[in-house]
Design a protein around this ligand. Structure first.
Ligand SMILES: *Cc1c(COP(=O)(O)O)cnc(C)c1O
Length: 417
């Protein structure tokens, strides 16, 4: 069956609900779980008995969310975390160690950028950055034997669209792990099917949708019995777990090397709220992707000189061709406006009557934010430029409202310039 919105509408409502007993997911807030006897305790700790051990390493409500997101992404398993940054920190701390190098492709969410470029550096993990289409540089860097490649399915806020399949093929050739942040494109992109090893999401965004629950999730592919890249000598410190746990080894690697010691675990109530969001995710993604293209088109035609709109659905976008070819169902809720200067961006934002100014994206309501003075205010000019953050850039995340009403709000605000 093709994985269109119809497929996901059926999958998601049917897997979030239960057919018998309570239909809605059950919230199990207990931090600790009683073991039937000493033998059962031993089995649970050895990972041989599948029962809850202690809520830091997993709980039944999280487990339900994890199984649904794993199905949704076509993975063998998933781990729910306290936030999107929790998911990214879990994966990076589980797989990387001092002396390793990572390659970051394209623009990045501010938190991911500082995690890699400040925090991980403090712990001795080096990095380099390159443009989404610089395949020569990507291959040269992979040849040097780096440990992990990190990218976003849609650059936030650069809106660059990577060729995930081609990059995944290069990572496979050079036996290097690829982690894709799929926050902007749940259901729209399936990075694991395209060859990625790990997908992460900030479920705070579209997945939950209501700005009511901070959360994250990482999803993993199955480990192959032979010739898996995890058997490569550069992953030698993982071989013991991979040999023992086989197909599902990504999960104990993250649990034993990050979750257990750092505790970025999701809580049951947050996981419950995320599941409520998942029930309507396909409906909302279809609506939002339709609206964002409509609004981009109206703004492209009607904005006054001095303000421009960027969205890959527009022929003026650098990645229009890739959008048409690889992002057939859309590329998520974002578009950007370039007002030229900070002053003009502030004037436009303050003249909006309906759109909310906030740092979130993927909400049911339309949100907007000036980038350089907020999320990227700590960054120097050159870094901002490399991340696609111009002085007058406003990031907009389209919600569920009538697209014409939202376009009109931007047009009346732009008239104030
Ligand atoms: C918001 C966001 C994150 C971080 O998620 P939190 O849930 O806020 O920790 C990571 N990546 C992308 C692309 C995001 O938009």
């Amino acid at each position: 069956m093709t994985k269109d919105f119809n497929y996901f509408n059926t999958l998601l409502v049917q897997s979030v609900g239960s057919k018998t007993g309570p239909i809605a997911p059950t919230i199990i807030p207990s931090a600790a779980y009683g073991y039937a006897d000493a033998q059962e305790a031993e089995g649970i700790f050895a990972g041989e008995v599948n029962l809850p051990l202690y809520a830091r390493v997993g709980n039944p409500t999280n487990a339900k969310l994890e199984s649904i997101v794993a199905k949704m992404e076509g993975g063998v398993g998933a781990i729910a975390t306290a936030s999107g940054m929790g998911a990214i920190s879990m994966v990076t701390t589980a797989f990387l160690k001092a002396g390793d190098e990572v390659l970051c492709i394209g623009g990045f969410f501010g938190g991911t950028y500082t995690l890699i470029n400040e925090t991980m550096r403090r712990f001795g993990i080096g990095n380099s950055f390159c443009e989404v289409d610089d395949f020569l540089q990507i291959e040269e860097t992979l040849k040097l034997g780096i440990k992990m490649v990190i990218m976003e399915s849609v650059g936030n806020p650069s809106l660059r669209l990577p060729d995930i399949k081609r990059i995944a093929e290069l990572c496979n050739t050079y036996e290097t792990l690829l982690m894709v942040d799929n926050t902007a494109t749940p259901l729209l992109m399936q990075p694991l099917a395209l060859g990625a090893d790990i997908v992460v999401h900030s479920s705070t965004k579209n997945m939950s949708g209501h700005s009511a629950s901070l959360g994250g999730v990482a999803v993993f592919r199955a480990v192959q019995e032979e010739s898996d890249k995890l058997h490569h000598k550069k992953y030698a410190d993982l071989h013991k777990i991979v040999n023992k746990m086989g197909k599902k080894a990504f999960i104990p690697i993250c649990k034993k090397r990050a979750i257990r010691d750092m505790g970025m675990t999701a809580n049951a109530f947050g996981a419950f709220l995320t599941m409520l969001g998942l029930e309507t995710l396909a409906l909302r993604m279809e609506r939002v992707n339709d609206s964002v293209a409509k609004i981009a088109k109206i703004l492209d035609e009607k904005l006054p000189d001095g303000v421009s709109v960027n969205h890959p659905s527009l022929t003026s976008s650098m990645d229009h061709e890739r959008y048409m070819k690889d992002y057939a169902q859309g590329c998520g809720p974002l578009l950007t406006l370039d007002c030229g200067t900070k002053e003009k961006a502030f004037t436009l934002l303050n003249a909006l009557q309906m759109v909310i100014q906030t740092a979130n994206i993927g909400d049911n309501r339309t949100l907007a934010l000036h980038m350089a003075s907020t999320i990227y205010s700590d960054f120097d000019e050159e870094t901002r430029k490399s991340l696609g953050v111009h002085e007058g850039l406003i990031r907009v995340s389209i919600g569920l409202e009538d697209p014409e009403v939202i376009a009109e709000d931007f047009l009346q605000a732009a008239a104030a310039l």
